[in-house]
Design a protein around this ligand. Structure first.
Ligand code: UGA
Length: 432
């Protein structure tokens, strides 16, 4: 199948590369010239496991190409995926600026019948809006059909998730669009859910909102466990073995971050407001998450009356491991509060340092290893569970910290592992 993908960000690029790997003829269109030049050379602008290999393989065998030009990129393409960002506006709603731009550019250059597929996360009704708007802007007498095909990829394992996801959702009110999209997606060999446009749009928001709610729920239970003498790791294990609950996304910690859960929960709340429907559960998911980010600082303030002049090693700043993404990372609020309390911060992250320097305070000194961050510090705080942080030996904390005190925001160690090791250990939802 001849396919064009608009937007070579993390969703568009992974989608384009994986579709080309299935044997489709794919051209990715992105207005960023530097990015397109890099991609043409077979270099990925984002850190995603397995992506570079597939990118190079499919460029070489002639299945994958990149361009900044819509006319060239859309030529002969039967299916056109829109995979541009829908970031959050100040009022929480989804910003459709890039969707509008992509729609207008497709309408201007498309000169043959095509199926337009939205990958971007968009509010209910947006696909119909895209179709209407595009039809009003078309410069040729052609027919367009529309489908929604939301993505469920996690950053860091997006390629794996594309080939091993739990389901593929295709929404369309048009028979031909549904048939063609189903044919393309059968190549992934995963269960396919066929539905209407608005339900497909809702499935994406509801899935992210539900997962975010699961995290906030387990974080509340963690805080309560701590106050009542239970251990959240045991509690989550016991709960998760019930198939109706499921064990995934029951890791308590310092709250969720990233470019998806915060944005999509707020967008769904905003959609509710627009139709005059309040969503107290989701509202409190967001509230609990904000509170949870500060919990590790509260614990430190409880332990030491003041953090003035304390040297603190910050271990991990990315919103989760295996990504350099700093968007909505809990480390943003945590480091800000620690600096306000007068602490001196030295931070380490294996890949997010470059991005972190543009977002976090200049007062933070960055190191290139856990050792360097910990040496001479008074206390250490784990904020991201990277492998080298998770496996940093406890005896080294004892050796390098002036007071061997570890605050673990990601429960990297079990309580038993830490017992008798000479390290004072504070974590989330477990006895100290
Ligand atoms: C999320 C969803 O998992 C994907 O299915 C979805 O496609 C994607 O958003 C999107 O909408 O594009 P992502 O944001 O990459 O993916 O990251 P997750 O692995 O879901 O983690 C999100 C946050 O939740 C992280 O900050 C992580 O540390 C936190 N988390 C996750 C927990 O605190 N506890 C858990 O048990 C799981």
């Amino acid at each position: 199948m001849d396919i064009a993908v608009i937007g070579a960000g993390y969703v568009g690029l992974v989608t384009g590369v994986c579709l080309s790997d299935l044997g489709n003829q794919v051209t990715c269109i992105d207005i960023n010239e530097e990015k397109v030049a890099m991609l043409k050379r077979g270099e990925s602008p984002i850190y995603e496991e397995g992506l570079t290999e597939l990118l190079q393989k499919n460029i070489q065998r002639g299945n994958l190409d990149f361009t900044t030009q819509y006319r060239e990129g859309l030529a002969n393409k039967r299916v056109i995926y829109i995979a541009v960002d829908t970031p959050q506006l100040e009022d929480g709603s989804a910003n459709l600026t890039y969707i509008n731009k992509a729609t207008a550019s497709i309408a201007e250059h498309l000169d043959h019948d095509a199926i337009i597929v939205t990958k971007s996360t968009v509010p209910m009704g947006t696909n119909e809006y895209i179709k209407e708007r595009m039809e009003s802007l078309l410069t040729h007498d052609i027919t367009i059909k529309i489908a929604s095909n939301p993505e469920f990829l996690r950053q860091g394992s997006a390629v794996y998730d594309t080939f091993n996801g739990d389901r593929i959702v295709i929404g369309s009110d048009d028979e031909e669009a549904m048939r063609v999209l189903t044919e393309i997606n059968e190549g992934f060999n995963l269960p396919i859910v066929q539905t209407d446009l608005r339900s497909a749009e809702m499935i994406k928001y509801a899935s992210n909102a539900f997962l975010a709610t699961k995290i906030s729920f387990i974080n509340e239970i963690a805080n309560l466990s701590e106050k009542t003498g239970a251990n959240i790791q045991h509690v989550a294990k016991g709960m998760g073995m019930d198939k109706r609950i499921g064990s995934a996304f029951l890791n308590a910690g310092i709250g969720y971050g990233g470019s998806c859960f915060p944005k999509d929960t707020n967008a769904l709340l905003s959609i509710g407001e627009q139709v005059n429907y309040s969503m107290p559960i989701l509202k409190n998911t967001v509230y609990t998450n904000e509170r949870q980010k500060g919990i590790i600082v509260d614990k430190m303030l409880e332990r030491f009356d003041s953090l003035e002049g304390k040297k603190i090693a910050i271990l991990g700043v990315a919103f989760k491991p295996n990504t350099d993404d700093m968007r909505e990372a809990p480390s943003i609020l945590i480091t800000k509060r620690l600096l306000e309390e007068g602490a001196n911060l030295r931070a380490y992250d294996p890949v997010a340092t470059v991005n972190a320097k543009t977002i976090l305070s200049e007062e933070i000194e960055f190191t290139t290893s856990v050792d360097e961050a910990v040496k001479g510090a008074d206390v250490a705080v784990i904020l991201t569970e990277w492998e080298d942080i998770k496996h940093y030996p406890l005896e080294k904390y004892k050796q390098h910290l002036s007071h061997p005190i570890l605050f673990d925001g990601r429960n990297c160690f079990t309580v038993d592992e830490v017992k008798g090791q000479g390290v004072e250990y504070h974590s989330i939802g477990r006895p100290t």
